[in-house]
Design a protein around this ligand. Structure first.
Ligand code: 0RA
Length: 640
């Protein structure tokens, strides 16, 4: 074969890629291998962004290769004016030729992407390209970057499009098996960011494992919905931002969808630049966060609920935040080890201003939603303040609250098992109930800690005062994990912490207080599903040898009508409190794992208690029934 000067330099270029693949695709491990797929897919996505094509199909072939087909314009096949070779051959062999000849405003470029499909070609044992264009199919093939079959017309075509097939070189990569889940996640993400673009993934390996299609109509709103999963959203509809402007002659765009998880306290923000995920954030995320904090705070100060309340920090506002921020710009600069961070300074200000303005408008237009956001952040702010207070307190009373310091509280009736997974702690209100539950329990797995209710009068109580309380300190000590930032899950001594309070107003109060305490200072205990409410009965029904218990009036009436149907009077007694039950009754109804009803406290329930607690402070309480009903709705019955 004879090479002209141009093709020799081309080959030298691809040889350079083969000598130092890491320079072009980051690495030669699984991550680098998948970059080959992203490279080809991104080229096809660029074609869609340019207004051509709405369907991309990725096939993981049984023979180890990958095929990416699109219905764009097709890579041009006519002779390249300077190179005197078909344009498609130039695109596949010339380094940095990129996917496009014309400089597109939003074409994927910079970072690891946009190095061109020539890099894919260089690092594959074989590459085949089929172009449908001008009513014909054209085909060309390469081996390790060298053309092995010249461009030929192979048939007639109706539409247009490009199909790239490649087999990664085992001499280059540590392993050449593609991971379907990784590719599926990426294609889903791409589809979410490009409403109307259909992405298919076909896995033909292992006897044809399946086909998935990703196609979304609502774009970022769908994306946020997906990030929320089955968590309840704070806003019925996410706040959508879509703005573009020209800055210093550069066309910039920002699209965002913003919501919050009603029960959540984590933060989920996914950001993108030119449809490429920026896993390490960067200037666009910084601008977004700054806008959120500044604008919501400004609104909260002037128009928000409870004016003059605590200043909300960015962290408070981002509790439960679920958002997608997608920006577009020409020639983005990436930073960091894996180039996952946007460095272009122009984006910080642009996103801050555009998202800021959009937020300001939204806050004005939809104050009801805005109040929801502010209220959630205010709860977070109070929790933060309480945690700080707790830490300060803990520092002063290291011996009492420090999980590492020796000794268990004197009032704790410990169980004998040392396996936390099977251990349960019953936190019991009142000394007399504490006495009977100590007698009733299964000593091997059940521990009892009595708390004196009077000491825990929550009315007008401040959380920091609650923490100074020796009863609460005993509780912290018994659980073993410490609190706030010092919480250490590995020291958890009981996998079930069961709150056992009277079924009356006072009991409801104490439970509210304890739930608030756990929600604010041991959120991981709640989140991990370790916190439970016992359900002691309100009535005992007896006739002859038959005894039954009822949790409420409804159950009592049902028992009278069914179980106790027929002649003879039923003796019904009402328990005024746990203290009235004898140990056997307590065991049968409330503690025996075989017969009791335990309600697992969800994060949503604890959060609700926290809100109730704030409302209840200093006010008269809602009655017991309402309280229990409200909470029972959020707790899942785990034993029944
Ligand atoms: C160069 C120029 C044009 C399109 C493409 C490349 C192109 C590349 C790939 C890679 C995968 N799919 C692709 N589709 C198109 C513009 C063609 C024109 O102006 O007609």
């Amino acid at each position: 074969m004879v090479y002209d000067a141009g093709s020799i330099s081309v080959l030298e270029g691809l040889q350079a890629v083969r000598r130092r693949p890491g320079m072009y695709i980051g690495s030669t491990d699984a991550r680098g291998l998948h970059h080959l797929v992203w490279e080809v897919v991104d080229n096809a996505v660029d074609e869609h962004l340019a207004g051509h094509g709405d369907h991309i199909r990725v096939v993981l072939r049984a023979d180890g290769g990958v095929e990416v087909a699109d219905n764009g314009r097709g890579i041009p096949v006519d002779p390249h004016p300077k190179e005197k070779r078909p344009a498609v051959e130039v695109v596949l062999t010339k380094l940095h030729a990129g996917g496009k000849f014309d400089q597109q405003a939003y074409a994927v470029s910079g970072g690891l992407h946009g190095v061109g499909i020539s890099v894919v070609n260089a690092l594959s044992v074989r590459t085949e390209v089929e172009v449908a264009r001008d009513r014909a199919v054209h085909r060309i093939a390469f081996a390790r970057g060298k053309r092995v079959e010249p461009l030929t017309r192979t048939g007639r075509a109706k539409g247009t499009g490009t199909t790239v097939r490649f087999w990664p070189d085992p001499e280059v990569f540590d392993a050449t098996r593609f991971d379907r889940d990784t590719i599926a996640a990426r294609l889903r993400e791409t589809a979410l960011l490009n409403p109307g673009l259909r992405m298919d993934l076909v896995d033909d390996r292992d006897g044809g494992a399946g086909e998935e299609t990703f196609l979304f109509r609502r774009g970022l709103a769908d994306f946020v919905g997906l990030l929320l999963g089955d968590e309840e959203p704070l806003l019925a509809r996410p706040l959508l931002v879509s703005r573009r402007a020209e800055v210093d002659g550069r066309a910039l765009a920002v699209d965002a969808a913003i919501n919050w998880s009603a029960p959540g306290y984590g933060e989920r923000v996914a950001s993108f630049v030119n449809v490429i995920r920026t896993t390490d954030g960067g200037t666009h995320e910084e601008g977004f966060r700054a806008a959120l904090t500044a604008r919501v705070n400004r609104w909260a100060r002037t128009d928000g609920p409870k004016r003059g309340d605590v200043e909300l920090t960015g962290d408070d506002l981002r509790e439960g935040l679920v958002a997608v921020v997608s920006v577009k710009m020409p020639d983005p600069q990436f930073e960091g080890q894996t180039k996952g961070k946007l460095g272009s300074a122009v984006m910080r200000k642009f996103v801050m201003e555009q998202v800021g303005d959009a937020l300001a408008e939204w806050l004005e237009d939809d104050p009801a939603s805005a109040r929801k956001v502010v209220r959630k952040a205010q709860l977070a702010a109070r929790a933060r303040q309480a945690a700080t207070a707790a830490r300060e307190l803990a520092r002063g009373r290291k011996t009492l609250l420090d999980p590492a310091s020796a000794g268990l509280p004197g009032k704790l009736a410990e169980c004998s098992s040392r396996n936390p997974e099977e251990c349960e702690l019953f936190v019991v209100e009142g000394d007399s109930a504490g006495g009977s539950s100590k007698m009733a329990r299964d000593r091997h797995t059940q521990a009892v800690l009595p708390l004196r209710g009077k000491v825990l009068n929550v009315e007008k109580a401040q959380l920091r005062r609650v923490l100074a309380n020796s009863e609460i300190q005993a509780l912290v000590k018994a659980i073993g994990t410490g609190i706030g930032d010092d919480f250490d899950y590995s020291r958890l001594r009981y996998h079930r912490v069961c709150l056992m309070a009277d079924a009356d107003v006072d009991g409801g109060h104490i439970t509210t207080l304890l739930l608030t305490f756990f929600y604010r200072l041991m959120p991981k205990l709640v989140d991990g599903g370790h916190l439970y409410l016992t359900q002691p009965p309100l009535y005992q029904l007896r006739r002859g040898k038959v005894t039954a218990y009822a949790m409420d009036d409804g159950e009592r009436d049902r028992l009278v009508k069914r179980t106790f149907r027929g002649s003879g009077a039923v003796d019904i007694s009402r328990f005024k409190g746990l203290g009235e039950m004898d140990p056997l009754q307590l065991w049968e109804t409330t503690m025996d794992p075989q017969r009791r009803t335990l309600l697992r406290v969800t994060v949503a329930a604890a959060e609700r208690a926290d809100a109730t607690f704030s409302l209840l402070m200093g006010e008269s309480a809602a009655d017991r029934r309402e309280w229990i009903e409200a909470n029972a709705r959020y707790a899942a019955n785990i034993d029944a």
